[in-house]
Write a protein that binds this ligand. Structure first.
Ligand SMILES: Nc1nc2c(ncn2[C@@H]2O[C@H](COP(=O)(O)OP(=O)(O)OP(=O)(O)O)[C@@H](O)[C@H]2O)c(=O)[nH]1
Ligand SMILES: [Mg+2]
Length: 406
């Protein structure tokens, strides 16, 4: 999944024999998938890179039928659902002669839950379209496209519509939407900076670039010089960004009316879904004795004595909740199959993953209704930065309001 993660994935889904594979072949104008009238022809997902012009490069994923039977069939359905969680768009294929069945309704529900845009393609229209099906789609307020893969009808229109609905470059901003022209931003670099050669991390450099592009002024100082930097300014800065490990100390020096946030929260929003993570934080208070918590880290680095994922967070979770938690720590690319058993997933920042790949893992948890929070969000919370540091992010701040209201 990671190999192609920079390209949007379009999943072609539906019951067996509706013509998914022939539709994929028609879209690609080449025979990449096996087509036959035997139900269950496609067993494993077939992924093909494709230049969908004028949109650009995508990956089209042909899948096994969502109504497959038997033990193997169930496994294939699980696989298809997993594919959906890593997709950016779906084409739901229906047979024009049939009516909607529970499998399709479940599929629509999944797609809605994952907030994945989709188009319904009604295939095999040369047989005529079932009026009951049309009525059902109308009732669900679903627009659909009528195609015949056999007669190559409607395929171009379907492509054009798909292009209009595909996500644009969806990587959320770092700071460009929270600063404006003329703003003064102070970026505080921790004094005990342990990075090799004391370099700024690349993300901090990108933050500076984004702020400059918005015509804001950026001052970078070390923690030690923060107070004198503030005193040298003629008026209050508009935003101060600090490291979450030092926020407790620093916050006192920064008057309440100045917006303050942490690098961790900026990065969590940039790479993931900050309101969702804040929702995940809510669940920490509700954890009970024996609850399972999963700490998921992508890279398997050599763990240090005070390692954030294996040492600090488990220790903090136990002391904060005062509960006997069952904490599992995993490293690597795959989330476990028993994900639904967990009451919380604490995910690393995913610095090795693209935004899309991290989103895929978050979606897997979302699909199972398992709350997710990241290291960065937990760290900011642990150090008392929340809610103050959420103020610049309106949707996450209002999510926190909901948390408190519960
Ligand atoms: N008449 C007609 N037949 C079609 C059309 N599209 C697909 N078919 C036929 O329907 C049968 C199933 O097509 P596939 O593309 O293999 O269907 P699928 O949804 O991929 O099926 P599975 O892989 O088994 O899930 C084949 O015999 C196709 O030739 C169409 O528009 N019209
Ligand atoms: Mg097929």
């Amino acid at each position: 999944m990671i190999v192609d993660s920079s390209r949007p994935h379009i999943a072609v889904v539906g019951r067996r024999n509706v013509g998914k594979s022939l539709l994929v072949n028609s879209l690609l104008e080449q025979n990449v998938s096996l087509v036959s009238d035997i139900a269950g022809t496609t067993t494993d997902a077939v992924k093909t890179r494709y230049e969908l012009l004028p949109y650009g490069p995508v990956v089209i994923v042909d899948t096994a039928g969502i109504d497959d039977e038997g033990e193997l069939g169930r496994q294939r359905i699980t696989e298809t659902i997993k594919i959906l969680s890593s997709s950016d768009f779906a084409l739901v294929v229906l047979d024009a002669r049939e009516t909607l069945q529970s499998k399709e309704l479940e599929l629509f529900a999944y797609l809605d839950k994952l907030q994945i845009n989709y188009i319904v393609a009604v295939n095999k229209i040369e047989f005529g379209v079932n009026p009951v099906l049309l009525e059902e789609l109308k009732e669900l307020r679903m627009t659909h496209f009528e195609v015949s893969c056999k007669e190559k009808a409607g395929i171009e229109e379907l492509k054009r519509r798909m292009i209009r609905l595909l996500p644009e470059d969806d990587e959320p901003p770092l700071v460009k939407d929270i600063v404006k022209q003329g703003d003064v931003v102070i970026m505080v670099i921790p004094t005990d900076y342990t990075l090799p050669n004391r370099k700024l991390i690349l993300t901090q450099v990108h933050m500076i670039r984004e702020a400059l592009d918005e015509n804001a002024v950026v001052t970078v100082c070390r923690e030690k010089e923060l107070v004198s930097t503030l005193n040298n300014l003629k008026s209050y800065p508009d935003l101060v960004i600090v490291d979450s490990n030092s926020v407790t100390r620093i916050a006192e020096d920064i008057p309440a009316k100045i917006r303050l946030t942490t690098y961790s929260l900026i990065i969590a929003r940039h790479r993931g879904d900050l309101p969702l993570f804040i929702k995940g934080l809510r669940k920490i208070d509700g954890l009970k004795n024996g609850d399972k918590v999963l700490i998921a880290e992508v890279c398997s680095h050599h763990t240090q004595e005070d390692d954030i994922g294996t040492v600090k967070i488990p220790k903090w979770l136990r002391s904060y909740t005062k509960k006997e938690l069952h904490i599992d720590i995993i490293h690597g690319n795959d989330l476990p199959d028993n994900l639904s058993e967990y009451k919380l997933v604490v995910h690393c920042g995913g610095c090795l993953l693209t935004h899309r790949a991290l989103q895929t893992r978050i979606n897997e948890a979302k699909l199972m209704d398992v709350p997710v929070v990241t290291y960065g969000v937990i760290t900011s919370f642990m150090h008392g930065a929340i809610p103050r540091a959420l103020v610049p992010f309106a949707d996450a701040f209002s999510e926190w309001g909901k948390v408190k209201a519960k």
